[in-house]
Design a protein around this ligand. Sequence first.
Ligand SMILES: Cc1ncc(COP(=O)(O)O)c(C=O)c1O
Length: 397
Amino acid sequence: MGKLVSDTMKQNLALVAFLKQHDIYTYFLPVSSACENRIVVKGTERINFISNNYLGFSTHPKVKEAVEAALRKYGLGIGGSPIACGSTDLHYALNERIARVYGQEDCVLYASGYQALLGGIQATVRRGDVVLLDSLVHRSIVDGVTLSEADKRMWLHNDMEDLEQLLERVKNKYERMLIVVDSVYSMDGDIAPLPEIRRLAGEHGALVLVDEAHSLGVIGKRGYGILDHFDLPGGADVIAGTFSKFAGAVGGFVTASREYITFLRHNCSPFIFSASLSPLIVAGVLQSFDLLDEEPQWRERLLANSRSFIDGLKSLGFDTGTSVTACVPIIIRDTQKTMAFNKIILEHGVFASPVVHPAVPHTESRIRLGVMATHTAEDIERSMEIFKKAGKELGII
Ligand SMILES: Cc1ncc(COP(=O)(O)O)c(C=O)c1O
């Protein structure tokens, strides 16, 4: 009889067993409060640096009001795929809102950002096409290309010379070329050089898809992400994103031309064969878009907090890599030390996320921190003291 847990799977579990044995395993901890600047983990309040709820909108009073109103009207969910009963007036309003934000013609919503990227890419390319990926794009993108059966080529992270050489190499060998980038990289917090990418794509006849997961609500004069940041209205052919970061909720989207979105609506499996987002989420996300326009102070505070956080870490001697946004790594380059660091900061009151192999190579092990607009000066000061203590104890600084 076949083994349910194969030897390869067992090897994979060895790291988990090792971390548990050394009491430095800090994943899947039980949370028993809302996701605010302080969060209750294992029954104790800690400073929250683990979330992507950058603007703190998930608990904003206006968002709660909008969700309560939707709850009274629609109940918990809509009970079907968008192609059946899952396209409410709220879903249409959000489609229209996102298309307007990005200067596009139409939009489709997905149950998660992962599904939006996976489905959008899988439906767009096929065998005979090639997808050119920055080496640090999110897993949902890599999985989407694998499902599509298009060829996959990677270029060195944010390296435009490498992208140009790759474009030269693959040119004329494929029916279509699609370049995919994260606007802001989730583990490094740096920004894709979109003007150069767009120029190279234009010169070589390639299409461009951007993943706005960590940029919507964070960069750009109006917080509208990378096109707004570079003032490049036609900077991408397809824009995908998620509501789990800027709205602290769940769900994703793809926005582009009417013809392309009509194609996705009728041909994209993760869109058609999955229940529609709950109207409660859609109402909350619509309100979050209103907040982006009406309460710019949250974005301003996020920017100021991110700057002081990065400066603080650097002045303590930590390596924060190339981050210029609200995703900030403390790069430790050693899996065991990274897990130990996380355990120490958790015990002293900071909740953060260790990122180790296989998510990144061993030499890139890090703590990944998400700054929030709602962090107070005291939150930042106190967390610096805790990072300093852990850094000294482990000989990292
Ligand atoms: C860059 C990037 N793209 C896509 C996703 C998937 O989004 P979601 O978690 O909303 O499914 C994530 C989530 O971590 C991400 O970091």
